[in-house]
Design a protein around this ligand. Structure first.
Ligand SMILES: Cc1cc2nc3c(=O)[nH]c(=O)nc-3n(C[C@H](O)[C@H](O)[C@H](O)COP(=O)(O)OP(=O)(O)OC[C@H]3O[C@@H](n4cnc5c(N)ncnc54)[C@H](O)[C@@H]3O)c2cc1C
Length: 299
């Protein structure tokens, strides 16, 4: 439902279950979802709630919870303020965090700017890609980022990051806890629109052939090192086909969990399966795997 705030701006507030916000369809707990029209509305709502809400975007790397009390959750809607596309220079753009990564890649390609095609098949928003330092085909989003602007939800003040500050790592970003990214400045390079569009399409086709089918949250564990993929270790440890509740390790890719049937599943079952996979690899190879996903319970 849309609420008109004292400021005159709107906030959409709804109640739903975690599984409706997560691509893996996981988490039976209830959430109160806040979707502010703009930053003024967001700041007004921050005054009303006790602790910062958990940030969710497209939920393609987020595992919901089975919480018994309602959790406050914040999502940027695709309003004009949060999905801005502004050209600052030939191939330098200010982009809103609520834009989809694929959408951003297509918009920039249409304007003759390239660099996002290798990442275009990663599901989710630009904000989520920045928070996770999403990567594919040997490239990470961090290589394109010049600046980020956000809002510190705990301190209720602006947050900025500039390239010189660094802080990126493998699936790690310099974004501090409780900072909501609002926008980023990306630097791309000139391309022919048709060439870049063809690269995007090729990447989407490659993924449709290689990614296991069904509801998922992408790879479960980080690769311990470049030459040592987690998938191989998990396969050697006999993880393919293991299951708990609605969740099963894919037969195609041992570092991938599918929600079989796509029905709502308990976060507890998902956690049991992940822990089982981890233990088997530890027992078999002595290596401790680290989960790539973000868990609502751990936030
Ligand atoms: C089929 C499939 C394939 C995938 N392939 C890849 C891949 O090749 N490479 C890869 O890196 N990942 C991959 N992923 C994982 C996932 O798509 C990425 O991590 C993606 O960038 C997450 O974006 P999201 O918008 O869904 O974020 P969410 O899953 O909603 O959120 C992820 C994290 O980012 C935080 N976050 C989201 N938005 C913001 C914001 N605006 N400000 C601050 N924090 C924010 C959330 O709090 C959460 O901690 C895949 C997932 C699936 C389902």
């Amino acid at each position: 439902m849309n609420f008109r705030l004292k400021s005159g701006f709107y906030m959409h507030i709804s109640e739903t279950q975690w599984y409706n916000l997560c691509s893996l369809r996981v988490g039976l707990g209830q959430v109160r979802l806040y979707e502010p029209e703009n930053l003024v509305a967001l700041r007004e709502i921050l005054q009303e709630i006790d602790s910062p809400p958990l940030i969710v975007a497209r939920g393609s790397n987020l595992i919901g919870a089975d919480n018994l009390t309602i959790m406050p959750v914040l999502r940027l809607p695709k309003s004009s303020e949060f999905a801005v596309v502004e050209q600052l220079d030939v191939c330098t753009f200010r982009l809103g965090a609520a834009l989809g990564l694929l959408e951003a890649a297509r918009i920039l390609a249409a304007r003759g700017c390239g660099g996002l095609a290798p990442l275009a098949g990663i599901p989710g928003s630009l904000g989520g890609a920045l928070a996770m330092n999403a990567g594919a085909n040997g490239q990470e989003i961090s290589s394109l980022v010049r600046e980020m602007r956000g809002w510190d939800l705990r301190l209720d003040r602006p947050w900025h990051w500039f390239r010189e500050q660094g802080g990126w790592g493998y699936r790690q970003s310099p974004i501090a806890k409780d900072v909501l990214i609002l926008e980023a400045v990306l630097e791309l390079y000139p391309v022919q629109t048709e060439d870049e569009t063809a690269l995007i399409l090729a990447e989407l086709n490659r993924r449709s052939l290689t990614n296991p089918k069904g509801a998922s949250a992408g790879s479960v564990f980080r690769n311990p090192s470049p030459g040592n993929p987690a998938g191989r270790l998990l396969e050697q440890a006999g993880c393919k086909g293991l299951s708990h509740g609605s969740f099963q390790v894919s037969q195609k890719h041992a570092n991938w969990i599918i929600n079989v049937g796509g029905k709502p599943g308990k976060a507890e079952d998902c956690r049991l399966l992940v822990n089982d996979m981890k233990k088997r690899v530890l027992d078999q190879s002595g290596l401790r795997l680290h989960c790539e996903w973000k868990w609502a319970d751990d936030a």
